[in-house]
Design a protein around this ligand. Structure first.
Ligand code: NAI
Length: 337
């Protein structure tokens, strides 16, 4: 099948080209991010492949449909960038890769926590500069901490197991509690109780209307003073302005984020020679207790290989009219399950 692959990077092209030797689709790699200005590039492609910051809102879906596209394959798990109701209405099939390496994201979350707690990112720079002072690098034992997990799906549960291995107690909130998670010893509580008891809070829920700005000033006010907040899910689950206020008062003691509300204008590009116009983002970078990575939680070789293989298999299913469990329907917008 002829497929336009948007937001392509060299590492995507490498993993897709390798996997495509088993599928033989006609892949056209485009660097452009998909949006209303670039959608014309997809003319006459029956399928397009999109990533996390490609725009699949109503106007873009309409143009895609007018130009003959009938399949959108997302090479990611999250699908908050797609208007699924509209896609369904106009008969556009949307598929995703629900799981490719939950370990990658869970392990990256641990990396953020370890770095923030012990100031490893700061120590790296200090030591290279001949500064061996320990002032400002005082950490705390993770052993014995209470970790609050919001969203106990694939990634949340693996992250829970990792933190249990370090001797942490896990409290969790999920509107759909998981039997396996309970058997692991996770204690399901209300969001309010989770905020009050957790030393570290980690977000692993999808972005949907229920979770948009779930962490706002009201939620932050209920948290322990000095809480560590970590978000590797989607930027919109945290109200960044509220978190900045919390950081200024010390209510939020540490912030680790791999995702950011307005990341579409920043992440995945080398902007080191540009003047960044996002003042909220730039303010975040001024805090010594904030660590930002640019949506790299998923970025392991295993994950890239699984993403390519599943995406190409999704296209096979569509082309051969086979049922596919990875097809998204509008109900996902509400429940995220
Ligand atoms: P999943 O679908 O397995 O789990 C999500 C869990 O969140 C489900 O158990 C669901 O019931 C729960 N949930 C739904 N609404 C909720 C709410 N209002 N409050 C609390 N929990 C709620 O998804 P998975 O694979 O664990 O991924 C989690 C999120 O991680 C994804 O939605 C995606 O946004 C993000 N992600 C980030 C990556 C990165 O590179 N940083 C890579 C892959 C995923």
């Amino acid at each position: 099948m002829k497929v336009a692959v948007f937001s392509n990077k060299p590492y995507d092209q490498a993993s897709f080209s390798r996997a495509n030797s088993r599928h033989e689709h006609d892949l056209h790699f485009l660097e452009a991010r998909l949006n209303i200005d670039t959608v014309a590039l997809a003319s006459d492609y029956p399928a397009i492949c999109a990533f996390v910051n490609d725009d699949l809102s109503i106007p873009v879906l309409n143009v895609l449909h007018e130009h003959g596209t009938r399949l959108v394959v997302l090479r990611c798990a999250g699908f908050n960038n797609v208007d699924l109701h509209h896609a369904d209405k106009i008969g556009m099939t949307v598929m995703r890769v629900p799981a490719y390496s939950p370990y990658a994201v869970a392990e990256h979350t641990l990396g953020l926590i370890m770095s923030l707690n012990r100031g490893i990112h700061r120590a790296y720079n200090r030591v290279r500069d001949g500064n061996f002072s320990l002032n400002g690098l005082l950490g705390f034992d993770l052993h014995g901490c209470t970790v609050g997990i919001i969203g106990t799906g694939r990634i949340g549960r693996i992250f829970a197991g990792i933190m249990q291995g370090l001797g942490c107690h896990i409290v969790a909130y999920d509107p759909y509690p998981d039997v396996g998670a309970k058997e692991m010893g996770l204690e399901y509580v209300t969001p309010a109780e989770l905020y009050q008891r957790s030393d570290i809070i980690s977000m692993h829920c999808p972005l949907n209307p229920d979770t948009f700005h779930l962490i706002d000033s009201e939620a932050i006010a209920q948290m322990k003073k000095g809480v560590m907040l970590v978000n590797t899910s989607r930027g919109g689950v945290i109200d960044t302005t509220a978190v900045i206020s919390g950081l200024k008062t010390g209510q939020v003691g540490y912030l680790g984020i791999d995702v950011y509300e307005q990341e579409g204008d920043l992440f995945f590009e080398d902007l080191s020679n540009k003047i960044i116009q996002d003042d909220v983002f730039e303010r975040l970078l001024t805090f010594p207790n904030v660590l930002v990575t640019g949506h790299q939680g998923y970025f392991t070789q295993e994950a890239l290989d699984n993403i390519a293989e599943t995406t190409l298999s999704n296209i096979d299913c569509f082309e051969n009219n086979m049922a596919c469990g990875f097809k998204l329907n509008p109900e996902y917008v509400v429940h995220g399950k």
